[in-house]
Design a protein around this ligand. Structure first.
Ligand code: NAD
Length: 347
């Protein structure tokens, strides 16, 4: 039997397999790729593996953690930065969890701007029209970005790249962060000011109990008429039904959504030809001023390469060096005081 470290990679897509095979070209690890998402009923696939590797829409709740722990899995590697799908506190003292804290802030920030430009300059409409030799400009009027006010919620790695891009367009940037950093030289304001003064609002903060439904009917009421919302962060930052109402009442001018609160059973799959049961996403997609992409902001060659390299490096560090710089635990998370005193690990 091989003594290689065994990795079970869930929710594996062709691009994941390509990037992980490249990163593991020397065959250091034995990687098995599973189409299935990690769910209670698919945990069994991880029996006999040392590492489980998951992505944004896999469930890593207490039931899955119990099962994986029972199967002897030592490490859960997230192929992403956000970890709202993991019950971190429950995993503590059972299974270590590591993530890829940054793989390409440019990929996500550039996608946010691409969606914004597509939406406001009607590129998606023009593409379809001109393919049909319809060269009419009716209904194609956009607006200049130059001089507009953009509110950026979350000024971490992605938010700051997005801000730089916006500054390149000559936009006025207002920023909000729970932990503002004076060294970034940004114009930090309150959330209410973001709602009240922004022509465009882009979200780049994590999904937490505090940020869930940050956009709701109350915050929408405070926004400017015609505001454009861009969400490349996590779907549940926005109450989708309130968003729909805001669009129907013409309060919201446009929405660019790379994420959706109920995306986990929809995104990354081909449902063309099926009857989609989710009326909210169906209605949102039917709107002329809503653009939806299926959580693809991260999807660049550079980002995929960095995700695979960092994930395998997390595995290598964990097993070979007895530590893991990218480990996550609820102590790190909640109190920022985890000293990683257990041989460089969190517990
Ligand atoms: P980051 O950790 O560098 O930055 C997050 C920022 O949000 C930090 O400055 C933090 O202080 C701030 N923040 C925390 N709580 C907040 C709150 N309650 N209100 C306002 N700000 C708050 O993270 P990042 O790498 O910039 O990523 C941001 C988010 O983008 C991630 O959490 C993830 O959900 C999302 N993301 C999406 C994709 C995609 O493909 N669509 C890819 C990567 C990341």
């Amino acid at each position: 039997m091989s003594d290689k470290i065994k990795i079970a990679l869930f929710d594996a897509k062709d691009y994941d397999i390509a990037s992980f095979e490249k990163a593991n070209a020397e065959g250091v690890y034995e990687i098995s790729y599973f189409d299935d998402k990690l769910r209670v009923d698919t945990c069994k696939l991880a029996e006999g593996f040392d590492v489980v590797c998951v992505f944004v829409n896999d469930d890593v709740g207490h039931e899955e953690i119990d099962k994986l722990y029972g199967y002897g899995v030592k490490l859960i590697c997230l192929r992403c930065a956000g970890y709202n799908n993991v019950e971190i506190e429950y995993a503590y003292n059972k299974i270590h969890v590591a993530r890829v804290p940054a793989y390409s802030p440019y990929a996500v920030a550039e996608h946010a701007m691409a969606m914004l430009m597509t939406s406001i300059r009607r590129i998606h409409k023009a593409y379809i029209r001109t393919r049909d030799f319809n060269f009419s400009l009716s209904g194609m009027t956009g607006f200049d970005f130059h001089g507009k006010t953009v509110g950026v919620v979350g000024t971490g790695k992605i938010g700051r790249v997005f801000i730089d891009i916006c500054k390149g367009f000559g936009m006025n940037v207002l920023a909000y962060d729970k932990f503002p950093n004076p060294e970034f030289g940004l114009n930090y304001v309150s959330l209410d000011e973001i709602w009240e003064k922004s022509d465009i609002i882009s979200f780049h903060c994590p999904l937490t109990d505090e940020t869930r439904y940050l956009v709701n009917s109350e915050s929408i009421d405070k926004m400017k008429k015609g505001v454009v919302l861009v969400n490349t962060s996590r779907g549940a930052l926005i109450d989708s039904e309130a968003l729909l109402e805001g669009i129907k009442s013409r309060k919201i001018g446009a929405a660019c959504l790379d994420v959706y609160e109920e995306e986990s059973d929809l995104f990354f799959h081909d449902y063309s030809g099926h009857i989609v049961e989710d009326d909210v996403i169906a209605r949102l997609i039917s709107m002329p001023n809503v653009i939806v992409t299926s959580h693809q902001a991260f999807l660049t060659e550079e980002a995929l390469g960095n995700i695979a390299d960092t994930t395998l490096n997390n595995v290598r560090q964990f097993f070979a060096e007895g530590k893991c710089d990218n480990e996550l635990c609820y102590v790190c998370n909640k109190f920022s005081e985890c000293q990683r005193t257990h041989n460089g690990k969190c517990f």
